[in-house]
Design a protein around this ligand. Structure first.
Ligand code: TRP
Length: 450
């Protein structure tokens, strides 16, 4: 029944692809503004702790589940549950992840579109000597124009689906092999630029001298939620990437490398951004507008600002592109492995569904502004909150429980292949710390704590 599955060429291409999934708008757009809004350094520390104690163990878990089954998340959970004599309901964990991926890409692609349009703004030289007021008007004009938003969202979707349609080795692997090294090269150039024209010392101080008085429960929970989002956990992206991985690769070492690279990149981008922001005496707490409103003002007042702004937004676009690919791969793998439908056609159909969701999201910034769908939130916020605060943590919690309590111990030991000391560390974090941390998020959401 099933068609031929893809596989990564080697450990390195798996690492590039998974790092490509992890490194995205989460690191470059969200993390820096969350650091700004949550008071800087203290948030950074909590975020790093969440990556180590929850993110890394759960990433190992998710890769392990995928690699053991060698199937898309739905069939993987079905097979693993059968192997453990557990309920076949577990397969719906895979299904929830696929739905989450589709919903996330619905709004992710619209933001990807903002990024693409900012590349063109920079290339047209629109940031030169721009005033704060003009910069806000620029951003508002974009958001208020459904025509522009939908056009750029469409371009971003076509880019994403084009790569996915080409399959694992000539699509995903090739794109990541080119885009991720290019992304790091651009990052180095931007860091050099920020160091020479920005205020690195102020940025460093802001990000790395901890002030514990600023650690609030809300900041801790958003750091935890963001650790999930940033490492692409809880949805099956990492599971399906793990399912294309060969048996002889160490899951622990690869995971640690990927998580470190993802976190380090987020922090370096943060430094580069804040050095420019502080050198222009701008404030760090602009929220979601940080890279679209504040940063262009900084670029606009620096030598060769438009050129470096174009480079910066290209970096963001590459990061978003490689993440978007991983959001649809679980569903495409599921269709291809269970039906006779060919990959390009499956990709086209799914692409149209996500494109339509993105159109609704685009309209929610102007004509559909007053439509609310969940707890009084608009379309964009509802999709974001439903996925990143509910579906992803729930997915992560269930994966941890499955791996830690349902799976047969010798199966997980076989797959993780760790010495007793590291296995114990994984077990404590996966079975106890991560689930408790996620339960805290839910209790907080229900208003029971905090
Ligand atoms: N991690 C990506 C980012 O930081 C987004 C992403 C890709 C993602 N795949 C995911 C988030 C799966 C959650 C789950 O932008």
């Amino acid at each position: 029944m099933s068609q031929h599955r893809g596989a990564w060429k080697n450990r390195w291409t798996f690492m590039l692809a998974t790092a490509g999934s992890a490194i995205g708008l989460g690191n470059i757009w969200k993390l820096p503004y969350m650091i700004g809004v949550n008071g800087g350094s203290a948030f950074v520390l909590v975020f790093i702790a969440c990556i180590f104690f929850v993110g890394i163990p759960l990433m190992m878990t998710e890769i392990m589940l995928g690699r053991r089954a060698q199937k898309n998340p739905f069939n993987a959970m079905q097979q693993l549950a059968a192997e453990a004599n557990a309920s076949s309901l577990w397969k719906y964990l895979g299904a929830m992840g696929m739905v989450a991926g589709v919903l996330i890409l619905g709004f992710y692609s619209v933001i990807g579109g903002w990024v693409l349009s900012y590349i063109t703004f920079a290339l047209q030289g629109s940031f030169t000597a721009i005033s704060p007021a003009q910069s806000s008007v620029n951003f508002d004009n974009l958001l208020k124009s459904p025509y522009l938003l939908i056009t750029w969202h469409t371009v971003f979707m076509v880019m994403t689906m084009w790569v996915v349609a080409r399959g694992v080795s000539s699509g995903l692997e090739k794109a990541n092999n080119i885009l991720i090294p290019a992304l790091f090269a651009i990052l180095l150039i931007l860091l050099g630029y920020s160091m020479s024209v920005g205020d690195m010392q102020a940025a460093y101080h802001f990000m790395f001298s901890p002030d514990f008085s600023k650690i609030t429960p809300v900041a801790m929970l958003s750091a935890l939620g963001h650790a999930f989002f940033s490492l692409s956990l809880g949805m099956g992206s990492v599971m399906v990437y793990g399912s294309y991985l060969q048996r002889n690769v160490s899951i622990a070492n690869t995971t640690i490398c990927i998580a470190l690279v993802d976190t380090l990149l987020g922090l370096l981008v943060g430094l580069a951004i804040y050095a420019l922001v502080f050198a222009n005496h701008l404030t760090p707490n602009a929220g979601p507008g940080l890279i679209f409103q504040t940063l262009p003002i900084a670029f606009g007042h620096m030598p060769f600002g438009n050129v470096f702004a174009a480079l910066f937004f290209t970096l963001v676009a590459f990061a978003a592109w490689t993440s978007a690919i991983s959001l649809v791969e679980p569903t495409i793998a599921w269709v291809v492995e269970n039906t006779q439908v060919k990959r390009p056609f499956a990709t086209l159909c799914l692409g149209i569904v996500i494109w339509l969701i993105g159109i609704a999201v685009s309209l929610s910034f102007s004509v559909w502004k007053d439509i609310t769908i969940m707890f009084g939130f608009g379309i964009f916020d509802s999709l974001d909150k439903l996925t990143s605060t509910i579906m992803l943590p729930l997915g992560g919690l269930l994966m941890a429980i499955f791996a830690g309590y349902v799976m047969k111990p010798h199966h997980r030991q076989d797959e993780l292949n760790l010495g007793i000391r590291y296995y114990t560390i994984w077990k404590i974090t996966n079975n106890i710390i991560a689930p408790m941390a996620i339960l805290l998020i839910f209790l907080y959401l229900l208003g029971l704590i905090g």
